[in-house]
Design a protein around this ligand. Structure first.
Ligand code: ZN
Length: 481
C-alpha cells in the first residue's frame, strides 16, 4: 500500500483493499524497487527527460562518472563544457553550473522521471581550475580544486570520480589523487574510478587504486570492471583475487560492470595520452605533424589491445561522416584504401576529435564471472551519442533480467534484481531506495519475468524493452510498455 509517495504497508495477497485505495492488478507479474543506475552519463540528457532509462524501469541515477561531471565550472565554463561534453553529449546548450547545489537543483526539478545524484568528476574539477593543461597543478590550483571539491560534498555531491584514461585527469600526480581520496574519506564520500588501464596494465591499475584507498581510508568503487583485449583475458581471475584480498585487509572496495561484451567510449581514448595535452586543437596539430604522427602510430600499434575490426564508429561530430556509423575501422579503412591506423587518425583530424566508438572487448566467460561476483553492482554506463549509441543505454536492465538471469541462468531473478536495486542503494547510500518495505519510496517497477527482454541491438539500439508493464515514481505511474 502506497501513501504520499512512500510504501505504507505490505498487505497479505488475500487482504481486502483498504477503503479509498485504488488497486493495481498484477497477477503473474513481479514488483521490484525502481532500478538504480549508479554509473550513468545522463548528466545533461536527463534534464530533457530522455525516455531511454525510464522505459527500462530506472528511477534513480548517479551521474558525474569517469571524471566527467556538469559542475563545477569555475571561471572556465567553455573549457569545462568542451571537456565534459565529450562524454555527456551536452550538445549546443551553454550549461554553466557553478556548483553542485545549482546542478542538483536543476536536475531534480527538470528530470521529473528520475531521482538524480552526482559525483564530482575529477577531470571537470581540474579543468575548472587549470583548463586542459596536463601535469601537476600549482599549490594554489590544488588548494582551489580541493576547496571546490569540499564545497561540492557539502552541497550534496555523492562522491568523486576519477577518469585516469582521460586527459587532463590522467596526468594528475599521485599526490593530487591521494589528497582527493583523503578529503573524500574525511567527509565519508565514495571514490569511484575509471582506472588507468583495463587492458595490458589492468593489475597495476587495480593495485594503484588499492594503494590509494589503503593510504587514505576512502571507500573505493572500481567503475565498469572488465578485461579488455584477448591477450589480457587471463588476467581477470587475478584481478578479482586482488580485490578479495584487499577486503580481507580491511580496504572497502567493490566494483560495478555492465552486462555487455562491448564497451563504448570516444576514439581519442585510443591515442597516447600526451597527444591530448592542451585540448582538441593541440591534438589535431600533433596528428598533422609528420614526425609526431609516426610516433603516435608506433605507440598505438603496441598499446592497443583490440583489433581494428573490433572497433566500430558509433557517432561523428559532423554530418558528413555519418555514413561511417555502424561500420568497423578495418572495413572502413579497406574501402578507403588506407591502413586502419591512418584511417582512424585522419578521421580524428577531420572531426577534431569528435568520434565515438563501440569496441568489442571482453570474453563471455569473464563477463559471467564479473556479473555473478558478490562485489558486483550492475550498471548501464550508458552514454548518448549523435549516431548509434551502445545498446546498453536502452537495454541494460531488461537484458540482465531477461537474457542473463532467466535465459542463461547466470543469476536467479531475485539476485539480478538485487544487483540493480538494494546493492547499489547500499553502496552509494541512496536512502529510502532499493527495497520494498514500509517507509521506503514508492519508486517501483512492475514487470513480467517471463517476457522481460531488451530489444536494443548494436545495429538498432534505440528500442524500448519488452515486458516492463509499469514504472512508478512516488506512487505515480510514469512509464509503460
Ligand atoms: Zn568510464
Amino acid at each position: 500500500m502506497v501513501k504520499d509517495g512512500r510504501i505504507e504497508a505490505l498487505l497479505p495477497a488475500d487482504a481486502a483493499a483498504p477503503a479509498g485505495c485504488s488497486v493495481v492488478e498484477s497477477q503473474g507479474l513481479a514488483l521490484a524497487p525502481g532500478f538504480i543506475d549508479v554509473h550513468s552519463h545522463s548528466d545533461i540528457r536527463l534534464l530533457h527527460r530522455h525516455p531511454a532509462k525510464t522505459d527500462q524501469g530506472v528511477t534513480a541515477e548517479v551521474v558525474g562518472n569517469c571524471g566527467f561531471s556538469a559542475f563545477p565550472c569555475g571561471a572556465r565554463a567553455p573549457e569545462v563544457r568542451a571537456y565534459s561534453n565529450a562524454i555527456l553529449s551536452g550538445g549546443e546548450e551553454a550549461w554553466e553550473w557553478q556548483n553542485a547545489k545549482a546542478y542538483l537543483r536543476d536536475a531534480e526539478s527538470r528530470s521529473a522521471n528520475c531521482h538524480v545524484q552526482s559525483l564530482v568528476g575529477h577531470g571537470t574539477l581540474r579543468t575548472a581550475v587549470a583548463g586542459a593543461r596536463q601535469g601537476a597543478l600549482t599549490a594554489s590550483e590544488l588548494d582551489q580544486s580541493l576547496g571546490l571539491l569540499r564545497e561540492s560534498f557539502e552541497q550534496g555531491a555523492t562522491g568523486v570520480s576519477t577518469g585516469l584514461m582521460y586527459a587532463p585527469g590522467s596526468s594528475a600526480p599521485r599526490e593530487e589523487l591521494l589528497e582527493i581520496c583523503r578529503l573524500s574519506a574525511r567527509m565519508d564520500k565514495i571514490c569511484t574510478t575509471h582506472m588507468r588501464s583495463y587492458s595490458d596494465d589492468l593489475l597495476a591499475s587495480i593495485q594503484e587504486q588499492l594503494d590509494l584507498a589503503k593510504e587514505s581510508g576512502c571507500r573505493l568503487q572500481i567503475s565498469h570492471l572488465q578485461t579488455v583485449g584477448r591477450r589480457n583475458w587471463d588476467k581477470q581471475a587475478r584481478a578479482l583475487e586482488l580485490l578479495e584480498q584487499a577486503r580481507v585487509q580491511g580496504i572497502d572496495v567493490e566494483f560495478d560492470s555492465y552486462p555487455y561484451l562491448a564497451g563504448s567510449t570516444v576514439m581519442t581514448q585510443l591515442l597516447p595520452q600526451w597527444t591530448l595535452d592542451g585540448g582538441a586543437a593541440a591534438m589535431v596539430a600533433r596528428l598533422t605533424d609528420v614526425a609526431q604522427r609516426q610516433q603516435i602510430q608506433r605507440e598505438m600499434r603496441t598499446a592497443m589491445p583490440q583489433r581494428w575490426s573490433d572497433i566500430f564508429v558509433a557517432g561523428t561530430g559532423s554530418a558528413k561522416n555519418e555514413p561511417l556509423v555502424g561500420k568497423d575501422v578495418e572495413t572502413l579503412a579497406a574501402a578507403a584504401g588506407k591502413d586502419p591506423g591512418e584511417f582512424a587518425l585522419d578521421l580524428l583530424v577531420e572531426e577534431e576529435g569528435q568520434v565515438s566508438i563501440v569496441s568489442f572487448n571482453q570474453s563471455e566467460e569473464n563477463l559471467r564471472a564479473l556479473l555473478t561476483h558478490p562485489l558486483c553492482t550492475v550498471i548501464s554506463d550508458g552514454f548518448y551519442v549523435k549516431g548509434r549509441p551502445h545498446p546498453r543505454l536502452y537495454g541494460t536492465f531488461p537484458s540482465l533480467l531477461g537474457d542473463m538471469a532467466r535465459d542463461r541462468g547466470w543469476l536467479t531473478m531475485a539476485e539480478a534484481v538485487y544487483r540493480i536495486t538494494g546493492k547499489p542503494a547500499e553502496r552509494f547510500r541512496l536512502s529510502g531506495r532499493g527495497r520494498i518495505a514500509p517507509g521506503y519510496l514508492a519508486d517501483l517497477v512492475l514487470f513480467d519475468p517471463a517476457t522481460i527482454a531488451s530489444r536494443a541491438t548494436y545495429d538498432d539500439p534505440e528500442q524500448a524493452p519488452k515486458g516492463i508493464h509499469a514504472v512508478y515514481r512516488g506512487g505515480e505511474r510514469i512509464g509503460t510498455h
